[in-house]
Design a protein around this ligand. Structure first.
Ligand code: ZN
Length: 199
């Protein structure tokens, strides 16, 4: 008999009955596997309590994914939807006059299911950056865990995780046709971004 995740959390948080607690504490004295489970949950709780989640988010996600293997490894089984561009300053022409100016920010809004993805791309070629924010629409709930992959020709160039306000950031965007893949807990969203300047 080994610690389940539920019992491990109860033990860490002191919610177990006294005799149960004594039992598991004795068990931890002789079982390295269960000590590891306790350590991982303890670490996860410590990470979650930190006020600045930014630097810890990737690690937390990895830890969470270990406990919930559905999350990442089986992402291909999730329904996959394509995001549509509902707004693009390049396409919609509002910056037409500024073409050629240095570092004009392009703003895009992609939409898929109950989410809008607001994206800002700026910088000069070879030093382009992208800042995005995943925002729920209507009654959709804010998504706490999401991974963003920057893709070119189907290959992952970079992966970012969401921060506490739903933002993600990519630096050094290459030229060419890029797309964004977003792994949500139960859904994968793919949206095409043409990062080239408008002709
Ligand atoms: Zn054990």
């Amino acid at each position: 008999m080994h610690l389940s995740s539920d019992v491990a959390l109860d033990l860490i948080e002191g919610r177990l009955a006294k005799d149960e607690e004594t039992f598991w504490k004795e068990h931890l004295g002789v079982c390295g596997d269960c000590v590891q489970v306790i350590d991982q949950w303890g670490q996860l709780r410590a990470d979650l309590r930190r006020s600045h989640l930014k630097s810890a988010t990737a690690e937390i996600l990895d830890t969470v994914m270990e406990f919930f293997p559905q999350g990442d490894e089986k992402e291909a089984r999730h329904p996959c939807v394509e995001a549509t561009v509902v707004f693009d300053t390049f396409r919609d022409g509002t910056v037409a006059n500024a073409r050629g100016a240095v570092a004009v920010a392009r703003q895009l809004v992609l939409r898929a299911e109950d989410f809008d993805i607001h994206i800002k791309i700026w910088g000069v070629p070879d030093h382009r950056q992208m800042l995005g924010q995943l925002l729920p629409r209507g009654t959709a709930k804010f998504v706490g865990t999401a991974r963003f992959h920057l893709l070119q020709n189907g290959e992952r160039l970079e992966t970012a995780t969401i921060d506490e306000i739903g933002e993600f950031h990519f630096t050094d965007l290459p030229e060419g046709d890029l797309s964004l893949q977003i792994d949500l807990p139960n859904l994968t969203v793919v949206g095409a971004l043409n990062v080239r300047e408008a002709q």
